[in-house]
Design a protein around this ligand. Sequence first.
Ligand code: CP
Ligand code: NVA
Length: 313
Amino acid sequence: MNLRPRHYLTVADLDREQLLAIINRAIELKKRRKQGIPHAPAVAKVLGMLFEKPSTRTRISFEAAMFQMGGSVSFMPSRDLQLKRGEPLKDTARVLARYLDCLVVRTFGQEIVEELAKWSDIPVINGLTDQHHPCQILSDIMTVIEHKGKNLSELKIAWIGDGNNMAQSWIQAAARLGFTLVLACPDGYRPDYNILEAAKAEASMPIEIVADPAEAARDADVINTDVWASMGQEEEAEARKKIFMPYQVDSALLELARKDAIVLHCLPAHRDEEITDEVLEGSQSIVWDQAENKMHLHKAVLEWAMGLWPEAQ
Ligand code: CP
Ligand code: NVA
């Protein structure tokens, strides 16, 4: 009997225990790497990476993760595949599954990763769509745990800016893992209503959308932001600058948070747009740890997806 592959397309695909197991595994794998202990469970495995948008961190951290684990990677910009000449996703998925052990996809609509997963006999992992960035959120929470401890329910996490893919994955994570999330977004740029309502229905802690960034930032343990115009929204960038300017994370906004608050940004950052240079380079910013953790987290996700970590559920 063919078991369904372990796809990871949104945070809500996994239950609380699975999410925490992956994060804890990433913390353990990070420790091993720092101690110089080799860890190569992926020998002879091949990861495919089908990317339709640019990437520095997600691409290179998945590649480094796979190489360090003894496996190989085939990077496939979509423009170089027959996909670009009209070959259907369902045919592409079935062919790739005959060569590869796992597929990471970065693309536009969520329906594209869903279609690939539907037809794929190997795990499909979402490396960012217009709607979700589920691996990023897990490495961000890993970073929060490293700096703030494991009691997530005691934390207030603030999201300042666009209700985009990152915001929507944070919302799903808040519901599954149980922490307070307050998002400050301008009218018209709030997260998807259905994602928000589904999360609120299962959440044990508040998930709120407000208009005022100060309300979100006040007494927050974590201040989190992202670009105002995501990939694919380049034509809106100028118009968005005016709308989002009151949502800039600057030192005055950071002052409202707890004294020991940390600042997250998934990067790439646009200095002096969504975040000032002063805050990004300041002592509360942990964005470089955050970027590093993507690699450790991706190892754990790959192990889980490919069944290389026997204790994983
Ligand atoms: N944070 C993140 O996903 O960065 P890249 O776009 O560089 O992969
Ligand atoms: N919201 C951003 C995240 C980049 C990692 C985008 O989609 O471009």
